[in-house]
Write a protein that binds this ligand. Structure first.
Ligand code: GLU
Length: 441
């Protein structure tokens, strides 16, 4: 069976950094095993799902380079869910319940007050036809629960958490369908996982108790559950998933000049025992990806770490990968010259401006004669090979200046700044004419 994973977002908002990490891991796991990666749009909640979010999810995945092999939408599968529902209901695995939310709340409070776990008491199972009819006559419509088999111990070998055991008697029969006929996520997800041949499910550890009940749903459908990996959640530097972190999406990172490769490199590794490394190509990350490397402690997401990593990745990007985002005249040598100084690709335009000019420099009185000499020397050196070394060597011999006193006034006059890319790489781009003009007092 082909290893198949899925990323299953609900299109009720933009993806945030936590979902993006889940998507990435599902994609990596599939790629590592030569398998398939599906995008499944969990849009059973018609009221909250919006097509603009579906579009945004697709765009975000494309920007990250996580191309799905197929896309499915739960809203296309309503008939299939209905048939399975009828089958499980006829087999007694799904039953109607008529309690109102207030009644359920009261039951929970009573149990908690007695120090007991708030497990649903299955009162609805005792209703006879007459009682059900009476509720319906009152105008009540049923919601539906899945009947857990209390004799079927629940367990799975989680790829991250190891052996997991749940006592079904300690769980409430989960509600799978609302009064208005709409679906909760649990059962449709299992039906799709079976139908789509999903072999591996990676998701956050907030889903562990869902997995426990879903395992029995797989069995009820006569299917073998997939393998599961439940990841420790993502937290910010302050130790929790803050509101801010929960709302950070791709748009934010793009605007901040973060490259998709940087997000991929960071999210592939945080929360694992492998170091975060600047790699512009995901192949080595995929190669080394292994759930055995994941820890149980939350993964810490640090935007500062992302920015630093981003700069290191920008320094690795080839001209071809960025050309469309550079000023039109900027060629490969220019990119290679400024690249080591960039934190973001967009900043290349600033350095290009330094090359193309005009630049403004404040020249100190004591440097004027020196720069006048430099202008003359610049006129007679060979510009073909390495003009910066030719210029500075000649000036050193001629003026006796060295170190900072030699280099800094030149840099200031030539670029208008006291720091920046290697002058040996920059000066050929500035070129003879512009250099002489900038050095001439
Ligand atoms: N739509 C569900 C969610 O976003 C999917 C969970 C899953 O991966 O099964 O939480």
């Amino acid at each position: 069976m082909t290893l198949t994973t899925r990323f299953a977002p609900s299109p009720t908002g933009m993806l945030h950094i936590g979902n993006i990490r889940t998507a990435l891991h599902n994609w990596m796991w599939a790629r590592k095993h030569g398998g398939r990666f599906l995008l499944r749009i969990d849009d059973t909640d018609a009221a909250r799902s919006q097509s603009q979010f579906v579009e945004a999810i697709r765009e975000d995945l494309a920007w990250l380079g996580l191309a799905p092999d197929d896309e499915q939408r739960q809203s296309d599968h309503g008939d299939r869910y209905e048939r399975v529902f009828e089958r499980l209901r006829d087999a007694g695995r799904i039953y109607p319940c008529y309690e109102t939310p207030q009644e359920l709340d009261l039951k929970r409070k009573v149990l908690l007050g007695r120090g007991l776990p708030p497990i649903y008491d299955r009162a609805a199972l005792d209703l006879d036809d007459a009682a059900r009819r009476a509720y319906r006559a009152e105008g009540r419509r049923p919601h539906w629960r899945f009947l857990l088999d209390r004799d079927e111990a629940i367990g799975w070998s989680d790829l991250i958490r190891g052996e997991q055991h749940f006592n079904p008697a300690a769980l409430s029969d989960p509600v799978i369908r609302r009064e208005d006929g709409s679906w909760l996520y649990l059962l449709p997800s299992v039906i799709d996982d079976v139908d789509m041949g999903i072999t591996d499910v990676m998701r956050g550890e907030d889903h562990v108790s869902n997995t426990a009940v879903q395992i029995q749903m797989f069995t009820a459908l006569g299917a073998r559950p997939p393998r599961f990996a439940h990841e420790a959640l993502l937290v910010g530097t302050e130790g929790k998933l803050s509101k801010r972190l929960g709302s950070l999406g791709i748009a934010h990172f793009r605007e901040a000049g973060i490259e998709p490769q940087a997000l991929v490199a960071l999210l592939a590794r945080i929360g694992t025992s492998d170091p975060v490394e600047p790699v512009a190509d995901p192949a080595p990350l995929i190669e080394a990806f292994d759930f055995a490397r994941f820890g149980r402690a939350p993964a810490r997401f640090d935007e500062e770490e992302l920015r630093t990593l981003n700069a290191r990745i920008v320094h690795l990007l080839d001209y071809g990968a960025v050309a469309s985002r550079l000023p039109a005249e900027m060629d490969r040598p220019a990119w290679n010259a400024v690249r080591p100084n960039l934190a973001r690709v967009a900043d290349a335009a600033d350095w290009w401006q330094v090359v193309a000019g005009p630049v403004e420099a404040e020249i100190a009185e004591e440097d004027r004669d020196f720069l006048a000499t430099a202008a003359v020397v610049a006129g007679r050196i060979d510009w073909q090979d390495d003009p910066w070394h030719a210029l500075t060597n000649a000036l050193k011999a001629e003026t006796g200046r060295k170190g900072r006193a030699l280099f800094l006034p030149l840099r200031l006059a030539l670029t208008g700044r006291d720091h920046g890319p290697d002058m040996a790489a920059l000066l050929p781009l500035i070129g003879r004419e512009r250099a002489i003009a900038r050095l001439t007092p």
